[in-house]
Design a protein around this ligand. Structure first.
Ligand code: SF4
Length: 255
């Protein structure tokens, strides 16, 4: 069993990663590759050297379960009654075996647990962690099977089956749509998004524009970020209104 979790960052005082005030753990390694990704250091599963302002470092550190839990517990006073720990990435669920160990320890202490996931993961990994996660935030990206496979390297049918399982568990609490004019926010994909969201009308949806804030991180890895103009706030606000007219609880957020 994998006993160490590969982490790139532990961020305190997070307000957008689930209920209340949270500590967010960013794990290394992702199962897909979004062109607009702003966390390039979290895509490869292996540690990577970076250079910033002439200083070299490594993205990725393996934490034994007990050490990571000990670090997280130092933040307990900040979480108050409704906060807790969120695992993000990368794709945290790809490290389901080690994550299960961390989650079990947190749940023994009745700490609220959340995950932000793109959900392009083998169903066996999802089953392993599902009982220990209170709150799932799930991305919706490209829903056309061929385009999704070509652009992201993901399988839409597997993704949809995972969403269905989560929904039936009662732990799917939030959808998020990263809006990218070239891929997720095309007219064709918006039609697919609407049909998909209508299957889950009680799950709130947050929409946001992709951005280029990760550009500097690409530079530290000696890579160039693919750049998109993103989607204007006014257009996203209109999009939320159109979803609301269809009975979907949508809101526009900044990430
Ligand atoms: S799912 Fe997230 S971490 Fe993975 S490639 Fe896409 S944007 Fe990056």
């Amino acid at each position: 069993m994998q006993r160490q979790l590969m982490v790139t960052n532990i961020q305190r005082m997070c307000f957008h990663d689930g209920p209340g005030i949270r500590t967010t753990v960013f794990t290394k390694g992702c199962s897909i590759h979004c062109p607009w990704c702003s966390n390039p250091e979290n895509i490869s599963f292996r540690p990577e050297y970076y250079e910033k302002d002439g200083i070299r470092g490594i993205y990725g550190k393996e934490y034994p379960i007990s050490e990571l839990v000990g670090i997280l517990l130092k933040d307990q006073d900040f979480w108050d009654v409704d906060g807790g720990v969120t695992f993000s990435g990368g794709e945290a669920l790809m490290q389901a075996e080690a994550l299960q160990g961390v989650l079990e320890e947190l749940k023994k202490l009745q700490i609220h647990t959340a995950v932000e996931t793109a959900l392009f993961i083998p169903v066996g990994k999802l089953k392993l962690v599902l009982p220990h996660i209170d709150y799932f935030i799930v991305d919706i990206k490209i829903l056309d099977q061929k385009i999704c496979h070509k652009v992201l390297g993901g399988n839409v049918e597997d993704y949809k089956a995972n969403v269905e399982m989560l929904y039936n568990s009662g732990r799917l609490k939030q959808f998020r749509i990263p809006c990218c004019p070239e891929y997720t926010f095309t007219e064709e994909n918006k039609k697919l998004l609407l049909a998909f969201l209508k299957q889950y009308p009680d799950i709130p949806v947050q929409v946001f524009s992709i951005h280029t804030m990760g550009k500097k991180k690409y530079e530290t890895l000696n890579r160039t970020m693919w750049e998109s103009r993103g989607v204007e706030e006014r257009i996203l606000a209109e999009y939320c209104q159109s979803l609301k007219k269809e009975g979907i609880n949508a809101e526009f957020i900044h990430i």
